[in-house]
Design a protein around this ligand. Structure first.
Ligand SMILES: NC(=O)c1ccc[n+]([C@@H]2O[C@H](COP(=O)([O-])OP(=O)(O)OC[C@H]3O[C@@H](n4cnc5c(N)ncnc54)[C@H](O)[C@@H]3O)[C@@H](O)[C@H]2O)c1
Length: 165
């Protein structure tokens, strides 16, 4: 049922995209279905990567529509996440939890904590991710000894973006 709800949310976003327009910075502006947004009230959502750009925007949008939001991000994002919460109108309905999406045990605990705090969990937005600064298949870079360099950054991006919850 939860999965259906998330899917419904994205289907509506896609439908709204048909009537989209651009702002002066040439960014795409998406008008979300107001009926769908009004149905969010009272639900609880976990947003991973919530201390960053898109995740933080999702938090603000959900909170504005009465959703209890759990901001899950790496510990180093705590101050930023707390700053995001401080600017929400419904601060008591938002919670930061330090969480690394690659750590299954930690994530299970965080989900239990979220349900314990808000008595329910309806939506999970698996937004946490990394953009690699080097080409993903950078397999020809040599290290100081002239040996092929392991593409560690690409591996990390693949782990977080594909395997992370
Ligand atoms: N911004 C874009 O143009 C764009 C384009 C395509 C895809 N995306 C994807 O959308 C998502 C959000 O993008 P953004 O631009 O807001 O990114 P961002 O870098 O601003 O935020 C990502 C957040 O994820 C967190 N994060 C990273 N690894 C994590 C982990 N292991 N556990 C928990 N949190 C972790 C970071 O701390 C950060 O707060 C990402 O998955 C990104 O790959 C973004």
């Amino acid at each position: 049922m939860h999965r259906f709800f998330v899917q419904k949310f994205f289907l509506a976003s896609t439908a709204a995209r048909r009537d989209n327009h651009t702002d002066p910075l040439n960014m795409q502006v998406i008008d979300l279905d107001p009926i769908l947004l009004s149905n969010l009230k009272g639900k609880t959502a976990v947003v991973t990567g919530a201390a960053g750009g898109i995740g933080a925007e999702i938090v603000r949008l959900f909170s504005k529509h009465g959703v209890n939001v759990v901001l899950a991000d790496l510990e180093y994002g705590r101050l930023v996440a707390e700053g995001i919460i401080a600017l929400l109108t419904e601060q008591s309905k938002a919670l930061f939890v330090p969480a690394n999406t690659l750590d299954w045990t930690q994530m299970k605990h965080r989900f239990k904590e979220s349900i314990g705090t808000f008595s329910r969990l309806d939506i999970v937005v698996t937004n946490a991710g990394l953009m690699e600064s080097k080409p993903t298949l950078d397999i020809e870079t040599l290290d100081d000894n002239g040996e092929l360099h392991e593409a560690t950054e690409a591996s990390k991006a693949i782990n977080v973006n594909v395997k992370g919850l």
